[in-house]
Write a protein that binds this ligand. Structure first.
Ligand SMILES: [Zn+2]
Length: 397
């Protein structure tokens, strides 16, 4: 770093964190002068018992629910959600769920007062200005992964091509986040593992990203520490619940602690990656585009190969991460060993073949990945040949 450069540090929004925070929703909306909220969620979350409790808590207001989000978010979901917003005469949005409903909610909010097609507002390629007010969003995250609730962007795919576009505006940042770890207690083990690895990937890639941002670096390292403490535990508790175990009070409290740790780590990842991401995310975005792979799972499977690629470029940074998860670590290589051990322990597939990728898919993956906007922040430049080698490594791992 140089002391002569001027940097911009942006830190996010009001977060109410803790067990039961979601019960503050109606009061939060009233304080924001929102009287007719549209609740945006995905179709699975809408079936969960606690979702009905949240809806019921909005009785003092005139609320409506749009639950037409599933899988990787696409433009048609935004269009349908916008129609629901207008039909309800809504004056604000509540986003409840993981990354997909968060991103769809932000895109709906943008389109309320902005004409044309959503992709007219693509970040870096805007053909229309974002110059109108954007309705307020209150976010209630229900996974610990994307951290989209503390972000200013939405990632939405084209329905036909699956090509992902980033929509960015500071007004897309939720005004208030109600981060309630009790909502994560029923999250299945597989989703807990995949989303948790997404959070870990954000933290690692933000720490490794080029550029000077000591605030983000500090947050990233502490976030990695939280993942080391709480991800495997969260997955273990999810498995035990799925097998029918009924937790005593001490175990239930430990489970809540693990979920809270991951919910913090996930927001810290999204805060830290304002610094940038890296090659893992470019590989993962291509997997989602070409193979429709879940974003967190794609990152999880790519992470070891991508980090093997990065290790020698910034060995001292790997050593710092290694010492966060194991104070006795002797080299950066120990961090790779830790990632592999964690992946195995939480049942992440060991290689890309488990995701249906074959050598025949590699050229297409590389051609999409090379155009992705994340790898320019990677600590080491990534060429077409490098992408080939990284995918090949992840295929043959
Ligand atoms: Zn991610």
């Amino acid at each position: 770093m140089t002391a002569t450069e001027i940097c911009t540090y942006n830190f996010p929004t009001k977060i109410r964190f803790g067990a039961g925070a979601s019960a503050e929703l109606a009061a939060t909306l009233s304080a924001l002068q929102i009287h007719r909220p549209l609740v945006v969620t995905d179709r699975d979350v809408a079936q969960l018992p606690w979702f009905a409790t949240i809806e019921a808590s909005l009785d003092p207001l005139v609320a409506s629910t749009f639950s037409g989000v599933w899988g990787n978010p696409v433009v048609s979901q935004v269009t349908a959600g916008l129609a629901a917003y207008q039909a309800h005469g809504a004056d604000g949005i509540v986003a409840v769920g993981g990354g997909a409903p968060m991103d769809v909610a932000k895109a709906i909010a943008l389109m309320v007062n902005h004409p044309g097609h959503l992709f007219d507002y693509e970040d870096g390629a805007c053909t229309r200005p974002i110059d109108q007010p954007i309705p307020a969003i209150v976010a209630i995250p229900t996974t610990a992964g994307t951290g989209s609730e503390v972000g200013r962007s939405a990632v939405i795919s084209d329905d036909a091509t699956h090509s992902k576009k980033i929509i960015f505006d500071p007004q897309l940042l939720p005004q208030v986040v109600l981060a309630d770890p009790t909502l994560l207690l029923g999250l299945p083990a597989k989703i807990t593992a995949a989303t948790g690895m997404d959070a870990l990937t954000h933290l690692i890639e933000a720490f490794l990203a080029k550029g000077n941002h000591p605030l983000c670096d500090g947050i990233a390292l502490e976030g990695i520490h939280l993942v080391a403490q709480h991800l495997q535990a969260s997955v273990d508790y999810a498995q035990r619940l799925a097998s029918g175990e009924v937790f005593d009070e001490a175990t239930a409290t430990a489970h809540l602690t693990a979920r809270a740790g991951m919910l913090n780590a996930s927001m810290m990842g999204a805060i830290a990656f304002q610094k940038g991401l890296g090659v893992t995310h470019s590989c993962a975005h291509a997997l989602s585009t070409v193979c429709n792979t879940h974003h967190g799972l794609a990152n999880a499977v790519m992470l070891p190969a991508a980090m093997r690629f990065n290790l020698l470029a910034v060995p001292e940074k790997f050593l710092r991460m290694a010492r966060v998860v194991n104070p006795g670590a002797a080299s950066g290589e120990d961090f790779l060993t830790w990632i592999l051990g964690l992946s195995r322990a939480i049942a992440i597939p060991p290689d890309l073949s488990a995701l249906g990728v074959t050598t025949a898919t590699l050229d297409e993956l590389v051609s999409v990945a090379i155009q992705d906007g994340c790898h320019p922040c990677n600590p080491k430049p990534v060429s077409t040949e490098d992408f080939h080698a990284i995918y090949q490594d992840a295929l043959a791992a």
